[in-house]
Design a protein around this ligand. Sequence first.
Ligand SMILES: Cc1cc2nc3c(=O)[nH]c(=O)nc-3n(C[C@H](O)[C@H](O)[C@H](O)COP(=O)(O)OP(=O)(O)OC[C@H]3O[C@@H](n4cnc5c(N)ncnc54)[C@H](O)[C@@H]3O)c2cc1C
Length: 387
Amino acid sequence: MDFELSQEQRMIYEYGNSLVKQFDRKYWLACAEQKRFPQEMYDKVAADGFVGMMVPEAYGGAGQGMTEMHLFLEGLSNHGIPLLSLVVGATMSVGFIAKHGTEEQKKRYLPDACKGRTRFCFAITEPGAGTNTIQITSIAKKKGDRYSLSGQKVFISDADGSDYALVVTRTKPHNEVTKKTDGFTLFVLDLKKKGIQKTLIPVAINMPETQWQLFFDEVDLGPEDVVGEVDKGFGILFQSLNPERILVAAICCGLGRYALDRAVEYTKERRLFNNVPIGAYQGLQHPLAAAKTEIEMASLMALKAAYVFDQGREAGEFSNMAKVAAADAGIRAVDAAVQCFGGNGFTKEYGIFDIYPLVRLLKTAPLNREMILNYIGEHVMGLPRSY
Ligand SMILES: Cc1cc2nc3c(=O)[nH]c(=O)nc-3n(C[C@H](O)[C@H](O)[C@H](O)COP(=O)(O)OP(=O)(O)OC[C@H]3O[C@@H](n4cnc5c(N)ncnc54)[C@H](O)[C@@H]3O)c2cc1C
């Protein structure tokens, strides 16, 4: 067993060190405040080959795996620049098409996406079903050899800036299937098509990506838009959802570390009594040290989940554990850091409280803490189902 990163993996992890010379957290926050996609940073990351990280070289990608994507995103987040579109776009959608798309789909979508010329969002959540995906009602009805999609999705990140959405929908209503996971199909949807409306959902989180409600009214789709098998989409869905959990864990660990690093710098300098730096006080030091320990443990679990995923093994157990551990650790790290800064912890100038809303979001989304614990209790530990 070897815990060391290869030289290439270390370079991927440390890419953020050079990126921040051009695009740092200040730039990211300015985009967040203006609700503007960080296009220049995205272009640079795409040009350097990271948007296509999980796409084979034959289609314009870097041919790397989940482990490298995880290291890349955690490395950026260590600098306070979580690039969320790499989760829903580059990994959940583009990486998914690279794995499950037809040859024609790969040739059509991947090269442009890798270059950053097109973007993808991922649409699964519906207002009525919420966490209970089985209950989604959007449906692509068969019309001759084509499909007609109607229904709605909610909280779709970057839907306005994206060219395509990878949409999870029904092709059979749930009362017509014998197995509850049957009747789901994934489609690539061109967001310029007729019959699509978008409404902005203002959220109280400082992030550049905006959230949208999508309404579909008899949107035309063809067999060429199906990713995977018709009615059997649920089986491959977790090839997209487990990577999402791993990358969310990466972001929480990185942002937690960023907050702790700022707190360490500050508490080593600030002296209030007897010329002693406040970082020497155990009341501040122990919460920082405990949070650091939790972050590093969660980070290791996320790395394990990515490794297992890359091996083609079932990654649900470790992906879920990594996500829940990292979200909790990230929140505790930011909270400990805020305390160290006293009143300055709440100012725009120091930017510490600014980190909190995003890590707190990641306790609820993409899958809430309770459902993750339900999964671990039920599927990992064999406890009875409660809901
Ligand atoms: C900023 C943001 C960005 C998002 N981006 C996307 C995106 O790009 N694409 C997309 O498809 N979705 C996206 N989402 C949606 C997100 O994944 C959902 O909001 C999340 O999964 C929770 O679903 P819900 O809001 O319907 O909550 P509900 O399902 O209504 O659940 C409410 C609460 O009830 C509790 N709960 C529910 N079920 C159980 C249970 N069985 N046991 C115990 N407790 C339970 C949980 O605490 C949960 O938080 C985004 C959401 C936000 C806020």
